[in-house]
Design a protein around this ligand. Structure first.
Ligand code: SF4
Length: 372
């Protein structure tokens, strides 16, 4: 019988590294314009309480986070189309391709009307009738292109896509908006965000305050210190903020988590989300490849078997829960325990299986805060 450990090793050693060594087509083929326009579409979140819909500006993401779940879910379905852009393996090449969706105002408005007119009883109770920017890419990433003129044009189009669509949502609907980014470039739109009043929440992913650690796991994303400064600026600008302490890495120890949560508490966020890295398709292989290319040892042993990962995940979630209590922000804490943590085998291995399930359900059923 093949164990989870064997599967992970086979993936890393036999498949992933070979793919990474494959000669890839030039960057200019894999950075450009996607074939279909950006529209508001229902999202597929499970137990996240982030939004009912998402607006994704691109296929691919230049931040290249090694743990990213997107290539294992959304992007993998685009594989045949991505092949036309020279992307042979959407998972292994994650972070190397960004294809900006064009803006077609008529199609966008049609998707906006469809979302606006969705009967409330058909929406998930935890979605807050919100559109998320973005769920499978970052709305404020820098799109790198070797030709400076093309890079400028792509940046201009990306900026127009975000700003124009936001203006249309604000003026032609009653929907809420949730921004989630890792980029300080969002500051350029703070005034626009403010014009939404309580209809918009601005948030950033901040799993650690350690710039050195983030550089390994999120190699092309702006440093956590820049993100914290941006969140403080958002707060000072009068925006309603939230923070996703997500996903934390196995190297985020108690000292690091406490420092991160203390800094976040100062922002008086509406909600503090947290989850550790979940195993999704080949993301462990991507993390292993990154460690090996940097010649460093990461604590990837926590991903070696389903049991070791579950133990790590429960411990990380409970540590953050305890620290949030210590810091006085438990009322705003919204953990994201993966649904696999509800497996019968795990529940039965806990001192009190009933309490374990009650703890999970408390967060699975929680509706995140929205300003009045
Ligand atoms: S910023 Fe988000 S979408 Fe982009 S690579 Fe990182 S986790 Fe994935």
């Amino acid at each position: 019988m093949t164990t989870f450990l064997d599967t992970a090793k086979v993936t890393v050693e036999s498949v992933h590294l070979k793919r990474w060594r494959t000669v890839r087509p030039p960057l200019e083929d894999r950075v450009g314009i996607w074939s279909s326009p950006a529209v508001i579409a229902p999202n597929n979140f499970v137990y996240k309480s982030l939004s009912d819909w998402a607006f994704n500006i691109a296929v691919g993401c230049s931040h290249a986070c090694r743990f990213c779940y997107v290539p294992s879910a959304a992007t993998i379905k685009q594989a045949p189309k991505l092949a036309e852009y020279g992307v042979k393996d959407p998972d292994a090449e994650w972070g190397d391709y960004v294809l900006l969706r064009p803006f077609d105002e008529d199609k966008f408005l049609a998707s906006l009307r469809s979302a606006e007119n969705t009967p409330r009883d058909r929406l998930k109770p935890d979605g807050n009738r919100a559109v998320m920017y973005c769920s499978t890419t970052d709305p404020y990433q820098v799109i790198h292109h070797p030709n400076p003129e093309k890079q400028r044009e792509l940046s201009r189009q990306a900026r127009y896509l975000v700003r124009r669509s936001l203006e249309l949502i604000r003026d032609h609907s009653t929907l809420n908006v949730r921004i989630l980014t890792r980029s300080p470039l969002a500051r350029a739109d703070f005034e626009l965000f403010r014009s939404f009043g309580p209809r918009l929440l601005f948030g950033m992913s901040l799993p650690t305050l350690r710039n050195d650690l983030a550089k390994i796991y999120e190699p092309k994303a702006p440093a956590p210190s820049q993100r914290l400064t941006t969140l403080q600026a958002a707060r000072d600008a009068g925006l309603h903020v939230y923070v996703a302490v997500a996903p934390t890495y196995p190297e985020c120890d108690e000292t690091d988590l406490r420092a991160t949560l203390k800094a976040i508490a100062e922002l008086r966020p509406k909600t503090v989300f947290h989850e550790p890295i979940n195993i999704r398709a080949e993301n462990v292989a991507r993390i292993e490849t990154q460690a090996s290319s940097l010649g460093i040892k990461l604590r990837t042993e926590v991903f070696e078997s389903r049991q070791s990962w579950q133990k790590y995940a429960v411990s990380a979630l409970q540590t953050v829960e305890r620290l949030a209590k210590e810091i006085g922000i438990s009322d705003r804490l919204h953990l994201w325990p993966d649904k696999s943590l509800g497996s019968l085998a795990l529940a039965n291995s806990m001192p009190s299986p009933k309490d374990h399930m009650k703890w999970l359900r408390k967060y699975w059923e929680r509706v995140s805060e929205w300003p009045k």
